[in-house]
Write a protein that binds this ligand. Structure first.
Ligand code: G4P
Length: 524
């Protein structure tokens, strides 16, 4: 096997999806710890609680205790190279999460054993389903008195419409949680919250007398339950998992390190490496020699001292090497990337090379846009990067009118990054922001204050919905002449119709049958 193919095959790029509080941050940290990427558990949770500032790019994260930016962590584990993409978990702030999910090859879904399937779990799973992303489920917090495991699996199957194949099975829960039985290895791992890695002992065989010795009556219960579970649940089917139809299920307690190693092992052994990606002209195979990739995230001002902007690129094929000249397909320009970075768990390092499946960060000054494709020359455009129809609109109001220039600049840059969408009506000087969740306005206001020194507030405006306009120049001009108060230009320079209500939108559409009113701007 060639070196290139070898490197690509060992990539595992995934994200963790969860409803807030299910334990995503804890699990992320424990995966890094078991993977040897951090020496001491505590760093990631500390970042969340604001105890120290490792990779804590935004003060808001600390204040809110939520992660509002995705970050990327790469670490080797066994013979694989893991890329773990962090996603913000807050239900109000999901555009970034959705885009990040377009850059992974598989996902881990964390379910809180007490709460079961929650609202955000459903939304995120639906996003994964758009690309049939394979999912591994981790049922967390078994050290608490949660719902019966059979009931949880039933709920996952019926609400999320995906088959469950338990790989491990819990022995008791809450105070009586004793560990898990591995249905395929026929081993029992005993839980001990005081043991360094959560596991006290591992024994072979359900009939092993040591089992009775260690857990007494619960041993017989376990034997009966396992028989029942084997009969009533799905057997693990690799193809069904890879097709996104079935999820293998692991039980554990991330806070107590328990079950985390089995999960990481399962990812290495079973999760898919990079897959072919659709582009407009053809599908791109990861093993192609030539480099290609797309931008799924832009992050500005990560380091307030340097006004840098990082475009996160998912490598889709071939190999990237420092200094390599790559073509920004949309603009047709070639750039030499000498300063690409990767995101190791502790700090940003200069990349020497990256392979299909990896993520690289390209510093730039606002010249790279979300969704853009880069190649070694070919005119490729990757498809499937979602764009979102904003649901809430607000007007930015300055506290100090002299700062209009900064406000415009800040909003423009934040919009390019995807923090929110910007609309400038052609008939006024208003700056209107559109968002999917209310929290996005708080994030923008906070970042305007901290990164651009502009105090702005947001107030409601009578816009209910936006439509991107496609049509001949003549038709678009007629429309703009007739309804100047409804026409705005978005952050990318495209023309948009801002409708105060559904009736207005319908009437205008009827009057201009040759203009297409699109719900989202195409990202390419
Ligand atoms: P999130 O990123 O999905 O929002 O969840 P996070 O990891 O922050 O975990 C949410 C809460 O659940 C935290 O408690 C965390 O300690 C707790 N937790 C995570 N895994 C387990 C587990 O296996 N068992 C139990 N019992 N709890 C778990 P917190 O009270 O918000 O914070 P802290 O006081 O622990 O710092």
């Amino acid at each position: 096997m060639s070196h290139l193919a070898d490197e690509i095959r060992r990539r595992r790029t995934f994200a963790i999806i969860a409803h807030p509080d299910a334990g995503k941050t804890t699990l992320t940290e424990k995966l890094l710890w078991f993977g040897g990427a951090i020496l001491m558990a505590g760093a990631v949770r500390a970042r969340k609680s604001g105890k120290h500032a490792t990779s804590d790019w935004m003060e808001l994260e600390k204040q809110r205790g939520i992660s509002v930016t995705s970050s990327v962590m790469q670490f080797p584990y066994r013979d694989c190279m893991i890329n773990l993409l962090d996603t913000p978990g807050h239900e109000d702030f999901s555009e970034d999460t959705y885009r990040t999910l377009t850059a992974v090859d598989s996902a881990v879904m964390v379910i809180d054993s007490v709460k079961g399937v929650e609202a955000q779990t459903i939304k995120l799973l639906n996003v994964c389903r758009l690309r049939d992303t394979p999912i591994v489920t981790f049922v967390n917090k078994l050290d608490r008195d949660g719902r019966p495991p059979i009931e949880l699996l039933d709920e996952i199957e019926s609400v999320l419409n995906i088959e469950c194949a338990p790989i491990t099975w819990p022995i008791g829960m809450g105070e009586l949680f004793r560990g898990v039985y591995h249905l395929y290895d026929d081993t029992i791992s005993f839980f001990d919250p005081k043991a360094e890695k959560g596991t006290a002992e591992i024994i072979q065989g359900l009939d092993n007398p040591r089992l009775d010795e260690l857990i007494g009556e619960q041993a017989e219960e376990l034997r009966l339950e396992v028989e029942l579970v084997r009969g009533a649940s799905h057997t693990f089917d690799l193809d069904a998992y890879l097709a996104g139809r079935q999820c293998p299920v692991f039980f554990g307690s991330a806070a107590n390190n328990f079950g985390v190693q089995s999960l990481l092992d399962a990812i290495v052994e079973r999760a898919p490496g990079p897959k072919p990606r659709p582009a407009e002209s053809r599908a791109v195979d990861p093993f192609e020699e030539k480099f290609s990739g797309f931008i799924f995230k832009i992050q500005a001002n990560m380091d307030p001292k340097h006004r840098d902007r990082i475009a996160f690129l998912r490598v889709c094929s071939g190999r990237f090497e420092r200094g390599m000249k790559i073509r920004q397909v949309a603009g047709g320009k070639s750039i030499a990337v000498n300063n690409a970075i990767t995101f190791m768990a502790r700090d940003r390092n200069t990349t020497d090379e990256a392979y299909a499946g990896d993520i690289i960060g390209i510093p730039n000054h606002g010249t790279i846009r979300l969704g853009e494709t880069f190649s070694e020359g070919e005119n490729l455009r990757f498809t499937g990067i979602p764009s979102f129809a904003p649901e809430i609109f607000q007007r930015a109001i300055l506290r100090n009118p002299l700062k209009l220039k900064q406000l415009q600049k800040g909003l423009q840059q934040l919009a390019e990054e995807g923090a929110a969408q910007l609309f400038r009506p052609i008939s006024s000087n208003d700056l209107i922001l559109g968002a999917v969740g209310n929290l996005q306005f708080d994030v923008v206001a906070h970042r305007l204050a901290h990164e651009y020194a502009v105090e702005a507030i947001f107030e409601p405006v009578s816009v209910a919905t936006a439509r991107w306009l496609h049509g001949s120049d003549e038709q678009l001009k007629l429309l703009a002449d007739k309804y100047p108060q409804n026409i705005a230009i978005d952050g990318a320079g495209d023309q948009v119709y801002l409708a105060p209500n559904a009736v207005n939108l319908r009437l205008t559409q009827e009057r201009f049958p040759d203009v297409r009113f699109m719900e989202t701007r195409e990202v390419r």
